[in-house]
Write a new protein. Structure first.
Length: 456
């Protein structure tokens, strides 16, 4: 029998990696994480969801206070103090990860290095001083994603989300005028929070709608409730960014300009695939990792989870996929498969917007005769109490079985509410099941059961 140095080697040390590594270590197995940053963070903690939401919370507090008529003076956040708070949250999370790592002793190790796949059981990693090679029974590709940089003239004069959200970021002061290139979820989230905090923001989106690829009715509900101070330009093809942060773009065959103190690229992210993956035949026809049920790849000993798969590029999706990989490794067979339709997504704009399950267009394309019910937040006590009653809960599914297959929530606390609907979809709940839940009063959750009760 082959003797391996490790039971598992992960390429990456974010949520798609350390969840599986911890699970194996707790089961008495050995695991090694190889990460270029040398810390357990992934993109979420390093420059994504955690720090961006730390800043967003400041904007939310300011926005909420301004909406209420009973404060004696205005509430305004100091941006430098907000950034310092963001940094402290990130560093606290880093310390907690270090403590968890230390608690597992020698069953789990982390090294800083750039990993390369050598063969189905071998990983090489280059550190600052040398190149090492290790053998392992299982390899987990969890190498994450990176910021996509478009081929725009003068793109080096722009900043990215890394400049805003990394620890001790490049941008410490709130830009007076911010031009955001890209109207996807990252661009709109930044535009929303920065507008509340005091920036004048322009969003340039090449597509004919914001949040390209999402349900047009969902997008319309979000857009019509965005802060009206955000200047939005659709069909804007960016041509050049100059040193003075003037952005030249074409729109309806005319050349236009936008001037800002900073220009933010919010043009998406792309999967990072480790060197050697192509040579081992792990990629599909479009050079992406081929990933099957439970995190399997084209080679039995190699697994994949998280952003590197290119599927649902979300931290909670990555951790769930990583957990499935751990379960399948320990069982020596596929016993755990992630249900992608039960993974929720939230866009942290103002208002929040969240969705889960099968989209309405996909139900129609599949020939599913579907139901659709909704409840507006204007009827709920929670929104009235907070003077913020925009948006709705909308549910849709199979008319024959009455099963809930998809949902969206637009409005305050949408990110919280979508979790309940994700659970319902995961468990195969019907509208009657949803309607029978005693959603707590006076909270926004009431709109979920209220929507279901419109036909049950």
């Amino acid at each position: 029998m082959t003797q391996f140095e490790y039971d598992l080697v992960t390429i990456g040390a974010g949520g798609g990696a350390y969840t599986a590594a911890f699970q194996l270590a707790r089961a008495g197995r050995s695991a090694l994480m190889v990460d270029q940053k040398g810390v357990m963070s992934g993109n979420c903690l390093a420059e994504g969801c955690v720090p961006s939401k730390a800043i967003r919370e400041a904007a939310d507090i300011e926005r909420s206070a301004l909406a209420m008529p009973y404060f004696e003076q205005s509430v305004h956040a100091n941006y430098r103090a907000v950034v310092a708070w963001k940094d402290s949250v990130q560093l606290l999370r880093y310390r907690q990860h270090d403590e968890e790592l230390a608690a597992l002793d020698d069953r789990l190790n982390l090294v800083s290095g750039v990993a390369t796949l050598i063969d189905e059981y071998t990983v090489a990693f280059e550190t600052e001083y040398q190149t090492q090679t290790v053998t392992t029974e299982n390899i987990l590709i969890a190498s994450g994603s990176d910021i996509s940089i478009p081929p725009i003239k003068g793109v080096e004069h722009a900043i990215t989300s890394r400049d805003l959200f990394a620890v001790d970021p490049t941008i410490q002061d709130l830009p007076s005028d911010l031009i955001v290139i890209g109207g996807g979820y990252i661009g709109l989230e930044v535009a929303s929070m920065m507008t509340i905090l005091g920036s004048r923001v322009t969003v340039l989106e090449a597509d004919s709608q914001l949040l390209p690829g999402m349900d047009p009715d969902f997008v319309q509900l979000v857009v019509e409730n965005l802060d009206p101070r955000i200047r939005i330009e659709l069909g804007a093809q960016v041509v050049e960014i100059d040193q003075q942060h003037r952005v030249t773009y074409t729109q309806a065959h005319q050349q236009r300009h936008a001037d800002g103190e900073q220009v933010l690229l919010a043009t998406g992210r792309h999967p990072v695939v480790p060197t050697g993956a192509s040579e081992l035949g792990l990629l599909d026809d479009v050079e992406h990792l081929w990933v099957g049920p439970g995190g399997t790849t084209k080679i039995d000993s190699i697994w994949a989870a998280g952003d590197a798969t290119g599927s649902q590029m979300l931290f909670h999706a990555a951790t769930r996929e990583s957990l499935a990989v751990a379960h399948n490794i320990l069982a020596h067979k596929i016993v755990d498969r992630v249900n992608p339709n039960a993974v929720p997504s939230t866009i942290f704009t103002f208002p929040e917007a969240a969705f889960v399950g099968t989209a309405r267009a996909d139900l129609r394309a599949a020939g599913v005769e579907s139901f659709e019910v909704f409840a507006p937040f204007s009827h709920e006590a929670r929104g009235q109490l907070l003077n913020d009653a925009v948006g709705e809960v909308r549910l849709f599914g199979d008319s024959h079985t009455n099963r809930l297959l998809g949902a969206w929530v637009v409005g305050r606390e949408a990110g919280q509410l979508i979790g309940e609907l994700a659970t319902a979809i995961h468990l195969g709940a019907t509208l009657a099941d949803v309607a029978s839940v005693a959603d707590q009063h006076p909270l926004a959750h009431e709109a979920i059961s209220r929507a279901a009760r419109t036909v049950v």
